[in-house]
Design a protein around this ligand. Structure first.
Ligand SMILES: Cc1cc2nc3c(=O)[nH]c(=O)nc-3n(C[C@H](O)[C@H](O)[C@H](O)COP(=O)(O)OP(=O)(O)OC[C@H]3O[C@@H](n4cnc5c(N)ncnc54)[C@H](O)[C@@H]3O)c2cc1C
Length: 657
């Protein structure tokens, strides 16, 4: 219900904002070279379209390019139109601008795969979009005559990741909108009628940013201890990499002595499952398998029934306000409507993975990458199905499932896939799943191709600021590989890509520094800590480009390898200290997840999701002690460690009245 309201508001302000701008233009844009001469516009945010059809909202790069956008993620099958009913300020001639890009242009790759059209009352503009420019820019769509209202549609032509951020209609046909992101943000927000300052969103004992396993568990644990909690998460579903959008299977042992209750909340929010009962295709892994295995609803249900949590999903934290060495508030923005709110907090938990809140607050952090010192890369898992197998077709998460079902009923199983000249050219290159010996073209041969963690890239790139490029490189890799298998090797005629993540699964970026910086050596030497807080069981598992597949792709690697040999192992469950869960220089900042206080080698074992969830459980309890005693996260270690340990012995379901 509220969603509908929000969208209607956007459609409405598309019009009223235009009217408001004519008043604003003379004042607010005075001196701006982009000042419109008559102030009559219709600005449509793509994410604000009332129907998204088969297009997906992508917010991953909004801090860099200025807005969420719609992505035609169809795996080579054009997606259904996104549609908006709009009202123009008046009938007449408008110039149309579409903010988009040619997403393969950064590699000078040919073919512009992300082509789409803009339909006005069903009629396409002459211009085809997604065909120009490596950067986000306004693509001139020419002029058009319109009446008072119209049906606007984004019409995908390829299913290959076309993208549209906004559409702007200008009555002044000589007006050119600005491309600079900051100036565009000011222009956009004025035009859409947003206030200069965010609305007040309330005050909380604890503001948790990031709703992966770490953030969910932190929010639940704190709320059950009596704190008022805001949980801010920039996707519709909770779970981060462990959601159906990314489909990485959570690992790590829970409920271990001496604190066997640590892990209770992790267990509560995850669907009990094992490989034998898992749904959908899997090859000895649950990564990338059916959405149902990841049970997004279960996580949402547990969080939504917790009365002290205000869940703000579909909201991204975009700014952090500080005073002295403390965070006062975060500014969050709806990824659907653009509305901004200011959330004040006594304590904050950075569970973003990228340490966004800590970074913005000036917390000390580490983050270094180069080809000689690679990061672990990001992945976009994908899976395939056999269209001649009825169960596969029935289970498929494909967007065009009904068309596929019809094909099945008609006995048409063959699944052609177009050549992809814009993808990585793997026609004569090795990659996992391309067998040296004669492949039979059956599912078994695809075992090392699909659902695999090692399709990974961006090792020497900025995983925070270049994530669109890194994700797009992953697209080019798996589309190129599938093209090679289908069209060069002539295999798997009845198989097709069924699902792929468009949200990149990240592994490594900034790490915030705490009072202890946990290192791989602490694991191998089994350093004993007085403030044991969460059990670690994953290996010292770091990734880097796999040499076997590197030739010809240096700097653009797409397959990883992992640490092997003696550096990989340590003996048994290892309890990591509480002191790596808070910032050493921002007084009211906790962290949980992969952005905690560890060195590069320390990240290897702590980063798996059940372990991240247990960090969240502990900081929720510590935050309650902070509120109760008016102390800081460090103060809990210095003065209330015994109380924290007592709480850690109590079950995850324990509630303070
Ligand atoms: C392909 C792959 C395979 C892996 N294999 C495994 C495995 O088998 N098992 C395992 O347990 N782990 C595995 N990992 C590692 C694991 O997934 C990550 O280390 C883990 O997800 C980190 O958890 P987190 O809660 O810190 O971050 P995330 O899971 O990334 O959750 C953080 C969430 O915060 C949101 N967010 C970020 N910034 C903001 C903001 N500004 N405002 C609001 N929300 C924000 C993000 O959208 C994200 O959903 C793998 C990772 C990948 C990519």
């Amino acid at each position: 219900m509220s969603k509908v309201k929000e969208i209607n508001r956007r459609q409405f302000i598309g019009y009223s904002g235009a009217a408001a701008l004519s008043l604003l233009a003379a004042r607010s844009f005075a001196g701006d070279l982009n000042r419109p001469s008559n102030g009559q516009f219709l600005f449509l945010e793509a994410e604000g379209f009332s129907e998204h059809g088969g297009w997906e909202i992508d917010q991953q790069s909004m801090d860099q390019m200025g807005s969420p956008y719609l992505l035609a993620h169809g795996l080579g099958v054009p997606v259904k139109d996104a549609v908006a009913q709009v009202q123009f300020p008046s009938a007449g001639t408008y110039r149309v601008w579409v903010r988009t890009k040619d997403w393969v242009a950064p590699w000078n790759a040919p073919g512009a795969p992300g082509k789409f059209q803009l339909l006005i009352n069903g009629v396409p503009l002459a211009e085809t979009f997604g065909t120009k420019g490596a950067e986000w820019h306004w693509h001139n769509g020419g002029t058009v005559e319109v009446g008072g209202t119209a049906r606007i549609a984004l019409h995908d032509l390829t299913g290959f990741e076309g993208r549209c951020e906004a559409v702007l209609f200008c009555k002044d046909t000589a007006f050119e909108p600005v491309n600079d992101v900051e100036a565009l943000t000011r222009f956009r927000r004025k035009l859409l009628g947003f206030p200069d300052r965010p609305e007040y969103g309330g005050r909380y004992d604890l503001v948790v940013v990031g709703g992966g396993l770490a953030g969910i568990c932190a929010a639940l644990s704190a709320a059950r201890r009596g704190l008022s909690v805001a949980l801010v998460h920039d996707r519709p579903v909770l779970g981060g990499n462990g959601s159906s959008e990314v489909r990485v299977w959570p690992e790590g042992h829970t409920n271990k002595p001496p604190y066997p209750s640590i892990g209770d909340i992790v267990t509560e929010i995850l669907k009990p499952i094992n490989k034998a009962t898992a749904e959908g295709k899997w090859f000895g892994t649950l990564n990338g398998t059916a959405a149902s295995n990841f049970d997004d609803q279960r996580k949402l249900d547990v969080v939504k029934t917790e009365p002290r949590i205000n869940l703000l999903n579909n909201h991204r934290a975009i700014q952090t306000l500080t005073s002295g060495n403390r965070i006062q508030a975060v500014v969050i923005q709806s990824i659907r409507t653009g509305r901004q709110q200011l959330l004040e907090g006594t304590f904050f938990a950075d569970c973003t993975g990228d340490a966004t809140v800590g970074f913005q607050a000036g917390a000390e952090y580490e983050y270094a990458f180069s080809s000689g010192n690679p990061l672990m890369g990001s992945s976009n898992l994908f899976n395939v199905i056999d269209a001649s197998n009825q169960k596969d077709v029935l289970d498929c998460d494909c967007k065009d499932k009904s068309a596929l079902m019809t094909q099945y009923q008609e006995g048409k199983y063959e699944q052609p896939f177009p050549r992809c000249p814009w993808a990585l050219d793997l026609s004569d290159k090795p990659f996992p799943g391309r067998l040296k010996k004669q492949a039979t073209g059956t599912l078994k041969d695809l075992k090392s191709f699909a659902n695999a963690w090692y399709w990974e890239s961006g090792f020497d790139k900025d995983q925070v600021n270049d994530i669109e490029l890194i994700r797009d490189h992953n697209f080019r890799a798996f589309y190129g590989a599938w093209d090679a298998l289908k069209n060069v090797d002539g295999l798997y005629k009845n198989f097709r890509l069924a699902w792929a993540a468009f949200i990149a699964g990240k592994r490594e970026s900034r790490r915030l520094m705490g009072d202890v910086v946990l290192d791989g050596k602490n694991f191998t030497e089994m350093t004993d800590w007085a403030d044991k807080a969460f059990p670690c069981s994953w290996h010292i598992d770091l990734h880097f480009p796999e040499k076997k597949y590197q030739a010809g792709f240096e700097g653009n690697e797409f397959i990883s390898d992992f640490t092997r040999g003696k550096d990989y192992k340590y003996s048994g469950i290892y309890w990591a200290p509480y002191r790596c869960l808070y910032s050493r220089n921002v007084g009211n900042l906790f962290m949980a997840g992969r952005n905690i206080s560890v060195t590069k080698t320390g990240l290897g074992p702590v980063r798996v999701m059940k372990t991240c969830g247990m960090m969240g459980e502990v900081i929720g309890k510590a935050a309650a002690l902070c509120v109760q005693h008016g102390t800081t996260p460090r103060g809990v270690y210095e003065n209330h460690l015994a109380a924290l340990q007592e709480m850690m012995k109590q079950p995850g379901s324990f509630r303070t009245a």
